[in-house]
Design a protein around this ligand. Structure first.
Ligand code: ATP
Ligand code: MG
Length: 651
């Protein structure tokens, strides 16, 4: 990573008016204003006392002796303790007489629905763990999971946790090479997959992709000992005797108890989504991750027994780990998952499921929100969304325009919207507004959660004054932080603690208001340097998205002899619209000033995104500069977009 010498990023966008929390929401919220204030203070002033109290809610087979051992940058939490995350997410609730409570509701793209109570989920996970053990999986073995969003994905993750075999989930849309690289890098000999999955009414092959991946892995000297295959679509697949086993045939009758593993036992490794470069294998361990995944779910999503929580993230991403799976189950609450496209059979699919299942809390990404917005208000208006009481956003900065649409059209103006900033590396949400405590500021993530001690610094490590943009860093360790980059402590140290002395920094820029609200400005590597002004891409993009004819925008710098950089904007229009470049320039100038006016505009047919839906600016910079595309394109959703963009005229 190369960052400019300065830390400062100019703040060009006017702060949005804050949207107050609804009084009736605050009345019933899991976390009150006073509790936030008291707990937050304690969590940063006496973190060990604070986290000790939170960890007491969980079952420890052996109590820990020390809350935190901090040898920067290496942290160990709940040292000496033995626990198990699957035990805490399942057995603990069943033992407390809550086995009849609904744990998981799944809907397939074709409309099939399956439901599991906590007792049933425990049985499924116990049997899956016993099956994996019979296939030879032992504590410490890395298990690759390449599955669609089906209940077996949940069973598999929890079964791995039950054995103490760290899982490595690979997003079901990735190709064989990506699986093979991740298997080789993690030394994983076992794979759980399915024959295939469903996407827009079409069959997606999975097992045949794993067969190719196994060959590629073996070519990298990574043996593949066992492949467990869920029969999901019924499509024809080849089974290699001795190596491949059908889930339904291999499945044992007996269940397996949860192993007592050390608090620092690896729980999973997961690769980042790759929007800035080659994905990194992030390692998370058991005790600290467990405590903070649960606490953040409780505080941010306000879950209660009457809720059905839908986090739309695929298990291939960290959000799918912490909030589609572990966090809510640790709290004993009910989750909804869906396999399929968000626009199948039409753009009403999400709203139809919310209506039918009476989903109460929805957590999704700006990319999805903007795509729904692009298709108009009429579709969601056809559905009864009155069950919703809270909305969340994650993955990218949410443009104020999209925020307001989400709040008004989906939330009926009644639901708080939480914009949650965090990363694969942080394990859990770091910054947001708590729905019963803080007024939301559209486009601004919010305040730090318990135990999170952020600082906006310049390159020299000096704290910047209010409203000045700089590096978003975290000073103190927190329980769900990554422990290392898998197998590469040196890279961990260099990537996260090497840039600015003594603090965690993972690439994002931000500014903090005088009253403590933090606005994420985008990646510092993406910051524009125009005639000596350092401008945030997120702010210029938000100004463009505010134009009624613009659905999405991606802004990058193009090297310019006079100005240093000129502003290059890729603009995706609202459906059926053709925005005029001159008008867009005037519009941005009017909002942000002349300095932010885009010099070049491409009205784009589509934007390049990661598989997780994030805009990939690094390729757009190359297109803007008229260069040929270089770098790892394997995490791109649709590599063909780049070619089409390069051919689109610049205005
Ligand atoms: P890589 O590290 O490989 O480039 P990535 O950073 O996209 O990939 P993730 O860990 O999935 O991989 O994403 C974390 C990043 O997503 C954050 O660093 C931030 O840039 C962005 N992000 C997530 N949530 C928000 C949010 N609420 N507001 C602004 N940015 C967000
Ligand atoms: Mg990252």
């Amino acid at each position: 990573m190369t960052h400019s010498e300065q830390g400062g990023i100019e703040h060009i966008m006017a702060a949005q008016a804050r949207v107050p929390i609804p009084e009736d929401f605050a009345q019933q919220a899991n976390v009150s204003e006073q509790q936030y204030r008291e707990w937050y203070r304690e969590s940063v002033e006496s973190p060990e006392t604070f986290w000790d109290a939170r960890a007491k809610d969980f079952h420890w087979f052996k109590p820990y002796e020390q809350v935190l051992d901090w040898q920067p940058p290496f942290a160990r939490w709940f040292v000496g303790g033995k626990t198990n995350l699957s035990y805490n997410a399942l057995d603990r609730h069943v033992a407390a007489g809550r086995g009849g409570k609904r744990a998981l509701v799944w809907e397939g793209e074709g409309g099939e629905v399956r439901e599991y109570t906590y007792a049933q989920l425990l049985e499924e996970v116990g049997r899956t763990a016993a099956t994996l053990t019979r296939l030879g999986v032992k504590q410490g073995d890395r298990v690759t999971i390449y599955l669609p969003m089906i209940p077996e994905a949940t069973f598999s993750m929890l079964a791995c946790a039950r054995i103490g075999a760290p899982h490595s989930v690979v997003f079901g849309g990735f190709a064989a090479g990506a699986i093979a690289d991740r298997m080789a890098a993690s030394g994983s000999e076992f794979v759980i997959t399915a024959d295939g999955g469903w996407r827009k009414g079409e069959l997606v092959p999975l097992k045949s992709v794993v067969d190719q991946a196994a060959q590629l892995a073996e070519a990298q000297s990574q043996p593949v000992r066992g492949v467990l295959v869920v029969q999901h679509t019924g499509q024809d697949v080849a089974m290699q005797p001795g190596r491949d086993h059908w889930w339904h045939e291999a499945r044992t009758e007996e269940t397996q108890e949860a192993a007592a593993v050390g608090s620092e036992h690896p729980l999973f490794l997961l690769y980042t989504s790759g929007s800035t470069g080659k994905p990194k294998g992030i390692l998370h361990t058991t005790g600290g991750y467990m405590v903070n995944a649960a606490l953040t779910t409780h505080a941010v999503f306000d879950l209660k027994d009457s809720d059905l929580f839908w986090c739309t993230a695929d298990v291939g991403w960290i959000t799918g780990h912490s909030y589609s799976t572990y966090g809510p189950l640790l709290l004993g609450q009910s989750i909804f998952i869906y396999e399929g496209a968000h626009n199948h059979p039409d753009w009403g699919r999400f709203w139809d499921m919310i209506e039918r299942h009476r989903i109460t809390v929805l957590y999704t990404a700006p990319t999805a929100i903007r795509s729904f917005m692009r298709h108009g208000d009429e579709t969601p208006a056809k559905y009864d969304l009155s069950s919703l009481r809270l909305l969340g956003s994650v993955g990218e900065p949410i443009n104020p325009q999209a925020w307001h649409w989400y709040h008004r059209v989906i939330g009926g103006g009644r639901c708080p919207v939480v914009d949650t900033w965090w990363q694969t590396e942080t394990g859990a949400i770091m910054l947001t507004t708590l729905p019963g405590v803080h007024a939301a500021e559209p486009g601004t993530a919010g305040v730090p959660l318990f135990g999170i001690d952020p600082a906006i610094l310049n390159r020299q490590g000096e704290e910047l004054p209010a409203d000045e943009g700089g590096f978003l860093t975290i000073r103190q360790p927190w329980p769900s932080m990554l422990r290392t980059v898998y197998g590469d402590d040196e890279r961990f140290q260099r990537s996260y603690y090497g840039e600015i002395e003594g603090v965690y920094f993972a690439g994002d820029g931000a500014r903090r208001s005088a009253d403590g609200y933090i606005t994420v400005l985008g990646r510092v590597d993406d910051v524009l340097n125009v005639s000596g002004h350092r401008l945030s891409t997120a702010e210029v993009e938000s100004a463009l998205v505010a134009h009624p004819q613009v659905a999405e925008a991606a802004v990058v710098g193009k090297p310019d002899e006079m100005k240093g950089e000129s502003i290059f904007a890729f603009v995706l229009p609202q459906e059926g619209e053709t925005p005029d470049a001159a008008e867009l320039r005037a519009y941005v100038s009017g909002q942000l000033g002349k300095v932010a006016r885009p010099d070049h505009i491409v009205v784009a047919p589509a934007l390049p995104k990661t598989r997780s839906g994030k805009i990939m600016r690094r390729f757009l910079r190359q297109i803007a500069a008229g260069k040929t595309i270089e770098g790892d394109t394997s995490t791109l959703d649709d590599p063909g977009v780049l070619e089409r963009l390069a051919k689109t005229p610049v205005q």
